[in-house]
Design a protein around this ligand. Structure first.
Ligand code: HEM
Length: 459
């Protein structure tokens, strides 16, 4: 909603004169402003911001950032064309995601790219991925042995990368490459967040071992994507998958899209696809470890619906309790815990003036744990998603995949994958913490437990 649409007296330039400035949130300190709180304990800081106002200003050093704190207003931001993808979060991701991929593009380029990739994620396209998802879920539980201590970070990201790569860029060659993608992304994901919160620019070019390792992983990922594209072209095959859709895509003038765009598109889909799903699998394993009765109920549901055979993709929609466990995990541990936008016009939000060029942030974590939206808000309760009860949840108070034109294209894909994997894991194993497990949240580009070392115990 632009200023013009709500304030006819606004000036020609659209400047929202006369509107109030949002209040400055409490707790700023000289020089660093609220920055030190955002670095020290961002989750607690963001979760209390609504007490200061529906929209509040934060001081990050010399910069002002607008934090949006209510479900209704975060929905309004996500749905409005006045706010685009830009700002510090996205700039920090550019060396990884490139500038021409769907996750970072805006305007007509973004619309065209969404049209190209959307068919691969449509509800009616998902069943074709079912056999791969089931195969990967069972490969995981069969790799594990009773009594074995699992490094859950590696296991979770491995299966997430393999499912995304094998489903969306089919081909047996993908098996070996999926391992290389896993190794590169693991190094990149830890380095990216550091580059985002501690933007030291040229210092990351100094040839220290950590920087060299990061740059090697980045180069290898880019090389891998080039290899995948070249191999597919050389094979002359055109299976019905996302890669074919990208290779056949045309631009506004009906010309094939450029090599750089194809490359950035592959990265922009594989990277969020594996980082988010891997993080949620870790959170799900934490829930199964700390709440064994939930694992028992999933096992019972699987037994009742599937019996003793392997779970097939077709069973997934009947596993209602398991799906509600996944949804409740996404509520309390949203992998995408913070989102940013930039205003492209002077706008009004909740009665406040937001100037053109302003950076906005909002947090699905804070919104989804707010006591104003959820009774017993900190309690893990899958039954709050039963059909009768889920109506109580205010609009936009549960949007782990976001809404609007940037909504995750993969919401159905991810829910099916996570439900299948959770059902397979919980019907085979119980878990207990092993030495070295650290359940504190790791605040990175995504949110997940810091390190989970779990002992798998037989059912
Ligand atoms: C965008 C969440 C899985 C691909 C997003 C956004 C969210 C999100 C919140 C919107 C970002 C914004 O508004 O700024 C999640 C969660 C996932 C998940 C919680 C898993 C549980 C996946 C998977 C893929 C994927 C598996 C691909 C294989 C994308 C892409 C975008 C996106 C390409 C950018 C869309 C655009 O800007 O138009 N995701 N995602 N995501 N996601 Fe996901």
């Amino acid at each position: 909603m632009t200023v013009e649409s709500v304030r006819p007296e606004a000036t020609e330039t659209g400047s929202a004169t006369g509107l109030r400035q949002p209040p400055v949130a409490g707790g700023a300190v000289p020089v660093l402003g609220h920055g030190w709180k955002l670095v020290r304990d961002p989750l607690a800081f963001l979760a209390q911001l609504r007490d200061h106002g529906d929209v509040v200003r934060l001081k990050l050093g010399p910069k002002t950032v607008y934090a949006v704190t209510t479900p209704a207003l975060t929905g309004a931001v996500a749905l409005s064309p006045d706010y685009i993808i830009a700002g510090p979060l996205w700039e920090s991701l550019e060396s990884l995601l490139g500038k021409e991929g769907v996750a970072t593009a805006n305007g007509p380029l973004h619309r065209r790219q969404r049209r190209t990739i959307q068919p691969a994620f449509r509800l009616d396209a998902i069943p074709a991925y079912g056999p791969i998802m089931a195969e990967e879920a069972y490969a995981l539980v069969e790799r594990w042995r009773s009594g074995q201590v699992l490094d859950v970070t590696a296991e979770s990201f491995r299966v997430a990368v393999r499912v995304a790569a094998r489903c969306l860029m089919r081909g047996s060659y993908m098996d070996a490459r999926a391992e290389r993608i896993c190794a590169s992304l693991a190094t990149l994901f830890s380095g990216m967040y550091q580059r985002m919160v501690v933007p030291l620019g040229p210092l990351y070019k100094v040839p220290l071992p950590a920087n060299r390792e990061f740059n090697r992983a980045l180069a290898d990922l880019h090389l891998l994507v080039d290899e995948i594209v070249a191999d597919r072209r050389a094979s002359g095959q055109k299976p019905d998958d996302l890669l074919t859709a990208l290779l056949e895509a045309k631009d506004e003038n009906g010309e094939p899209i450029g090599e750089q765009e194809i490359h950035d598109q592959v990265i922009a889909i594989l990277t969020p696809g594996s980082e988010t799903v891997g993080s949620v699998i870790m959170s799900l394993l934490l829930v199964l470890t700390e709440r064994p009765e939930i694992g028992d109920k999933i096992r019972d549901e699987v037994k009742a619906v599937v019996g003793d055979r392997q779970i097939a993709f077709e069973d997934v929609r009947k596993l209602a309790y398991t799906a509600n466990v996944v949804t409740e995990t996404l509520r309390l541990y949203p992998a995408v815990w913070i989102l940013t936008r930039r205003a492209v016009a002077d706008t009004e939000l909740g009665g406040y003036r937001i100037p053109k060029g302003a950076d906005l942030i909002y947090s699905p974590y804070a919104i989804q744990r707010d006591h104003r939206s959820y009774r017993r808000h900190e309690e893990f309760d899958p039954d709050r998603w039963l059909p009768g009860r889920s109506k109580e949840v205010p609009k936009y108070a549960m949007s782990p995949f976001s809404v609007g034109n940037r909504k995750c294209p993969s919401d159905h894909f991810s829910m099916a994958e996570l439900t299948l994997i959770t059902a397979a894991i919980a019907s085979h194993y119980r878990f207990e913490h092993a030495p070295g497990s650290d359940t504190r949240p790791r605040i990175g580009i995504t949110l997940r437990p810091r390190r989970l070392m779990l002992r798998a115990l037989p059912r």
